[in-house]
Design a protein around this ligand. Structure first.
Ligand code: G4P
Ligand code: NA
Ligand code: NA
Length: 194
């Protein structure tokens, strides 16, 4: 997605440890115009599917996921990382280990918000090692719903997340695929029509 890649080149900062900082439009301040275009692009890419719900993980997945949900006129559900104060619901849970942070989080979704037979599109801001996406997949499977695919805003293609998801025969659509962040420079994988 050219608009997104241009924005990353313009405003992204490469930090040590192969980390891309995009706080000016995605992870702290949010660019609603860009998010709207991102939502539309996810909908275009999955237009051959009948989707009934979008699932993401708080907090940075919410902005792009919400715009896709608005475009499809369907609800968005976000998995929580911390236990809710109103812990009266039955929950689907998954353990998500973060290599970056070296900690495990239990993510959860109330059984009220994903039902058996639903067709769920998972959306997240980053795909790195894939553990968050796999946790979200586990939650959809626990609900006996169908995973339509996984939509990612920024994929770090040099990490193993995409391969782990492809190994499970999951469809992954990433709007920007980063080949390398070496020498402080963002290099994308060039794709047709992208
Ligand atoms: P994984 O889920 O793909 O295995 O990712 P990992 O544990 O490596 O990453 C943990 C957190 O760091 C996630 O956000 C993920 O989106 C984010 N992340 C990974 N690589 C980068 C990067 O290069 N740049 C940025 N900006 N973020 C990266 P999170 O902890 O869930 O945070 P948030 O959703 O509250 O922002
Ligand atoms: Na993040
Ligand atoms: Na995230």
């Amino acid at each position: 997605m050219k608009l997104l890649k241009d924005k990353i080149h313009q405003d992204g900062l490469v930090l040590s440890g192969n980390v891309l900082k995009v706080d000016s439009f995605l992870n702290h301040q949010v660019d609603p115009f860009l998010m709207k275009k991102i939502g539309e692009e996810f909908v275009r890419r999955f237009s051959d599917e009948k989707i009934t719900k979008i699932l993401t993980l708080e907090s940075s997945g919410i902005s792009p996921a919400l715009m896709a949900a608005l475009e499809l006129e369907i609800p968005l559900v976000f998995a929580r990382k911390r236990k809710s104060l109103t812990l009266t619901d039955d929950l689907y849970t998954a353990e998500v280990y973060s290599y970056t942070k070296q900690e495990t989080n239990t993510i959860s979704v109330s059984k009220n918000w994903i039902h058996s037979g639903e067709k769920v599109l998972i959306i997240d801001d980053f795909l790195a090692n894939g553990q968050a996406a796999l946790g979200l997949c586990s939650i959809v499977q626990q609900a006996e719903a169908e995973i339509v695919g996984i939509g990612i805003v920024i994929e770090k293609s040099f990490q193993q997340g995409r391969n782990l998801l492809m190994d499970q025969n999951l469809r992954v659509e990433s709007l920007a695929r980063i080949k390398s962040l070496e020498n402080g420079k963002v290099q994308f994988i060039e794709e047709e029509n992208n």
